[in-house]
Structures are given as C-alpha cells and as structure tokens.
Design a protein around this ligand. Structure first.
Ligand SMILES: Cc1ncc(COP(=O)(O)O)c(C=O)c1O
Length: 375
C-alpha cells in the first residue's frame, strides 16, 4: 500500500517530545492512572485487579461496547466496534468502504487520514473547503453541489479540528437527510463531541441514519489519549464486518488494560467531561483575551467546540506573515510549539493552537513576549 506521509504526525514526530510547551495539542491533558483508578466502581475495580493479560475480544470488551453505546440514542453494544484509537478505526473504515472510482467528500483543512486513506484506497477525494472569512462554517449547499453519482461517502468532522467550527443542528440534520435520500454514507468524525463551547451537542451521525457511521475516541473529550481506544458506531453491520476482517491484519484486538481503563473513564464520564470542559473553558477565555489584545498580529475566529483553534497571522503584523517561519522562530526562541497550517496542506498564514493543556497559560506568556509589544 502506498500512502502519502501524514504531515502533521511527521511534524509531531520531530517536535512533540523535544519541546517545553506543546501549545498545539488536540488532546486534553491526560488523566493520571491514580486519579482514574479512584473513579472505578466495585465491578471495574475488581476487573482491574483481576485482569489477565491475554488476548481480548476482537470487537471489543462487551462491557466497553455497551458503555460506548450509551453515548448514543439508538445504538446497542452490537453496533459498536473498538479499535486502537480513532486512527485505526478511520484506517479500517476507509480502506474497506471505498475503492477505485468512488468519490468521497471530506471537510478541509482537517485530519489528514480522513482523506488520505480514502485516496490510498483509490477513491477520488473532493475537499470541502472551510473558509476563515465565513467563520469556517460548513456550507451545506456548496457541499451538496459537489456530490455526484459516484459519491459514496461524506465525511464531516464536528466539532472540527483545527478550526473548532460546529454546524448548527439544522445544518447537520439537513446534510444527514440529503445523504440519506441520495444513498450516500455520512461519516461523522465526532472525536471532540461533548466539548462544545457554545451550542448544544449535535446528534451523532449514527443516530441520524442506519447507514451512517460515528467515529469516537478516548483521546480528546475523555482526556485519555494514551489508552489508544477508539471506536466506530453504526447500525450497518456490513461495515463493521468488513472492518473486523481488516483488523485481523492490524491489531487483532485491543489492549486489555486499556479496555478496562476506558470502561472506568466512560462510566465516570460526567466527571471526566466536566474536567475537560473546565480546562478548555479557562484556556479559551485566556486566548479570547490574548487575541483581542493582539489583533495587530492575529485574527481569531473563536472556536465553537473541540480543543483547538486556528488563528491567522495578520499580513504585515508583528508576528510576520509566514506561519512556517513564525512556528520555527517561536519554537527555537521559546520552546513553545504551534502547528503551522502547511501541515494541513492548507496555506502559510494560519496555525493551530490547543485548548486542552494545563501549561497553555505559561506557553501563552512566552508567545506574547516573543511577539513583542503592540505597535
Ligand atoms: C479529527 C480527528 N480525528 C481523529 C483523530 C485521531 O485520534 P487518535 O489519535 O486518538 O486515534 C484525531 C487526532 O488528532 C483528530 O483530530
């Protein structure tokens, strides 16, 4: 299989563990084991204490699948398959659902594997451009016009990474309805679901249509990226069956400790989500204030959900005009890492900033000192 490099991951491979502040992470500050185990109920505590490190059920632990199903309205444990992160779920879904000649539309700029794996499977990808001047909003009419007879799938990441855009419920339901009418599979990358800053949690794709697929993960809203537990939810069991056959060649089954820890986290999800929302809300308030003060250097479209934002450099402003150059100078001088938009193949004017890490206030102080005083 030939597949283009995942530019964002190559960038992180170079920098993530070499810098003082990762100010562009998309995950939320991870839970410690001690804090997480303190949330266990009697059943999960004894599952943890008595855990045997053998292979696990390929589709995922039945208790975990049942718990994941409760995140949805019309999904049962049998409609859920567990993977090694959302990444493996995306890989299996795109590789087995698409082939040469198919067309797929994907929101962009966005998470590269959502369209790169589709390309590697032979599909033609139409990128649905989100525009900063439109506050990154999803343009359902324009998206619908890009569909044609060969379109098999529409992939929407909402809340969206990196822009933080969140469609309105009316837009989302309209898109789902159009896809259903035209027999096109809607895929919702919902890994930032439940992290809305303004606006309600959208209904999951898998709840809107029998053929639609929802992608979820423990890494973002649930702040446990190190578990590497993600999932697909869909009532279309043919999709899950095809994925299961590919998973036999990838991980076979999930990590036994991670499954139990994910179950503990999901059973305590009110507390887990509340913690993530608190971290993100306090960082967002700081960023709103920072970008309001530094409108000479940055343009800020406030994210509506998720744990990232995508500011733009003001042309001719004190931070310079090239995001690549800005990111390189910043990390060199301060140890603060931001993610330039070229890693999304997008432009050279934006960068991703992360809302989920507790060292963001310190990173922002360094960034501000680096940019220097306002004119
Ligand atoms: C939109 C989106 N989907 C999927 C993923 C993959 O999640 P994970 O790395 O936890 O598998 C990410 C990670 O950044 C993401 O931003």
């Amino acid at each position: 299989m030939r597949i283009a490099d995942f530019a964002l991951e190559r960038y992180f491979a170079k920098w993530e563990f070499a810098v003082e502040h990762v100010a562009c992470a998309s995950d939320v500050e991870g839970w410690s084991m001690a804090e997480l185990l303190a949330l266990a109920d009697d059943e999960t505590r004894s599952m943890w204490d008595g855990l045997r490190l053998g292979y696990t059920e390929s589709t995922g632990h039945p208790f975990l699948r049942a718990e994941i199903a409760t995140l949805y309205d019309g999904i049962t444990a049998d409609d859920v398959m567990v993977f090694a992160g959302a990444e493996e779920a995306i890989f299996c879904l795109m590789s087995t659902s698409l082939q040469e000649g198919n067309h797929v539309v994907v929101t962009w700029p966005g998470y590269q594997s959502l369209y790169e794996v589709a390309r590697a499977a032979g599909a033609k990808v139409g990128l649905h451009l989100l525009r900063g001047e439109d506050r990154w909003s999803l343009d359902v009419d324009r998206l619908m016009r890009s569909l044609h007879d060969e379109t098999r799938m529409v992939v929407v990441n909402a809340p969206h990474q990196p822009t933080g855009v969140l469609p309105t419920e009316a837009e989302w339901r309209r898109l789902a309805g159009e896809c259903r009418t035209r027999g096109i599979r809607l895929v919702g990358d919902e890994v930032y679901r439940f992290l809305e800053h303004d606006g309600a949690t959208l209904p999951a794709a898998a709840d809107l249509d029998d053929r639609a697929v929802s992608i979820g993960v423990m890494s973002k809203t649930f702040a446990m990226a190190g578990l590497r537990i993600g999932w697909l939810a869909t009532r279309d069991h043919a999709v899950l069956d095809r994925c299961a056959r590919l998973k036999d060649y990838t991980t076979i089954c999930s990590s036994a400790p991670s499954e139990v820890l994910a179950l503990i986290g999901l059973r305590a999800r009110d507390r887990v989500i509340e913690r993530s929302r608190e971290i993100v809300a306090s960082n967002l308030a700081l960023l709103d204030d920072f970008f309001a003060r530094r409108a000479d250097a940055f343009t800020w479209v406030r994210p509506r959900g998720g744990s990232t934002g995508f500011p733009r450099l003001v042309t001719g402003g004190p931070a310079g005009t090239s995001a690549d150059a800005f990111a390189a100078r910043l990390v060199d001088a301060t140890g603060v890492l931001v993610l330039p938009s070229s890693t999304f193949g997008f432009d050279d004017a934006h960068f991703r900033i992360g809302l989920g890490r507790t060292d963001l206030p310190a990173a922002l102080e360094k960034l501000e000192a680096f940019v220097g005083p306002s004119a």
